[in-house]
Design a protein around this ligand. Structure first.
Ligand code: PHE
Length: 357
């Protein structure tokens, strides 16, 4: 037994890797290993002999097993050390002198808007950019013959012959998400939905794809006053000033009653766009009290609940805050423009840490 012990303890000490160690384990304490063979001989012994040999064999088995475990851990440590040595790198080396990417102003502004509304208790909802005309129009009280369908210069999805699915459109506004979130959560609710929308339109302040943020608040006693306060608070926080001139203009949307459009005072002097001064106004949003038919389409009882909604142009308010006179530049992917107007990747906008710096 001592010979066995010395043999295996030496072999274990000399094992070069885990595979070698496993071979030793099988040969020593495996089912057909040397220790097992010895144990089989116990049957041929006298009871007195067995009383001595039994515990001794068990002790031998334990000793070999602990030596195996210890060696296995040592080999793993050594392997890790070797790997750390081979993967060493000098973290003090300077980075490569490449241009780093920047955060696009639209992404930055979306984060800023989200941070402000989150502080007011709004959560973020989402919906598909390709939606059925029911969500985009009918559910929002815009029936088939309604002129608003034509006014919005809708992109319709092509349909193959025999395709019986309901017609789909590129959503013309984020308002379909009003319906989707009413369906998802019922009332009361408070959500915003930032995202891309599409209309066939192209000039200095219009592009075929642009961004809106929808707002929706539904509760038992929500009024136009709540809408006005929320929007004024938003504008102050967003432009990081104490006051901005806003103009609420009576307007009409099929999905709100009453409705108002909101313009913001600005000037375009010398080709630069400045907010808060001058004699020009730029429309930034449409809003109003949610139409009872829209609440009904979203499965909410208009006798019990009411709410306000608004849809704001993210690109518009980005132009105003960051002095971008031509909307089309947002989508040109001109690297020089992106470097100039882009934001550092690690500056996440928060109300306490600062929205834009
Ligand atoms: N969906 C409207 C638009 O795109 C904006 C709006 C949203 C108006 C919600 C009222 C309420 O012009």
């Amino acid at each position: 037994m001592d010979d066995l012990r010395d043999k295996y303890i030496d072999l274990i000490a000399d094992a070069a890797d885990e595979a070698g160690l496993e071979d030793i384990r099988v040969a020593a304490v495996g089912k057909k290993g040397e220790v097992a063979l010895k144990m089989r001989e116990l049957g041929k012994m006298t009871p007195e002999e067995r009383q001595v040999a039994g515990p001794a064999l068990n002790a031998l088995k334990d000793e070999i097993n602990s030596a195996l475990t210890a060696k296995k851990a040592a080999l793993a440590d050594a392997a890790l050390d070797a790997r750390l040595r081979s993967e060493w790198l000098d973290v003090t080396l300077p980075t490569r002198p490449q241009r780093r990417g920047t955060i696009h102003p639209i992404s930055q502004v979306t984060e800023e808007v989200t941070a402000i509304f989150a502080e007011m208790g709004f959560s973020v909802a989402e919906g598909p950019r390709i939606d059925t005309d029911w969500y985009n129009f009918d559910a929002l009280n815009i029936p088939g013959h309604h002129p608003a369908r034509a006014e919005m210069d809708t992109f319709y999805m092509h349909r193959a012959d025999g395709d019986n699915r309901p017609p789909h459109v590129l959503r013309t506004h984020t308002s379909p998400v009003q319906i989707r979130s009413m369906e998802a959560t019922g009332a009361p609710t408070r959500i915003i939905c930032p995202g891309g929308v599409y209309r066939a339109d192209y000039d200095q302040t219009h592009t075929p794809m642009f961004h809106q943020v929808e707002g929706l608040a539904i509760d038992r006693d929500i009024s136009m006053a709540n809408l006005k306060w929320v929007l004024e608070e938003f504008v102050k926080s967003y432009f990081e000033v104490d006051g901005v001139d806003l103009r609420f203009r009576a307007s009409h949307f099929p999905f709100t009653e009453p409705s108002a459009e909101v313009d913001i005072r600005c000037s375009w002097e010398g080709g630069t766009l400045k907010v808060g001064e001058g004699d020009d106004w730029l429309e930034i949003l449409g809003s109003g009290m949610v139409h009872p038919k829209v609440l009904e389409a979203g499965g909410i009882d208009p006798a019990e609940w009411q709410g306000f909604a608004f849809g704001m142009g993210i690109d518009r308010i980005a132009m105003l805050k960051y002095g971008v006179p031509d909307l089309r530049a947002f989508f040109d992917s001109d690297l020089r423009w992106l470097r100039h107007y882009g934001f550092a990747a690690l500056d996440v906008p928060t109300l306490h840490g600062g929205l834009s710096r």
